[in-house]
Design a protein around this ligand. Sequence first.
Ligand SMILES: [Zn+2]
Length: 70
Amino acid sequence: MSDALPLTLAATSSICPRCNTLHNGRFYGPCEECRVQLKSTMGNEARDIEVAEYVPKMNVTPNAVATKDD
Ligand SMILES: [Zn+2]
């Protein structure tokens, strides 16, 4: 675990990965200023995500018992 990010639970200063400035943060992450910027640019806007329609594989053979007509 020598390449792990430094994790401290104390409210100490850490370096923002975005602007490389020291900030007083409890966890490793962007500083307050960057978080505000990220929120305004990536915030709560709904995004359209293309989801491929599920097409059943044709090599799947139905269970003969389950599809049996009574
Ligand atoms: Zn920052």
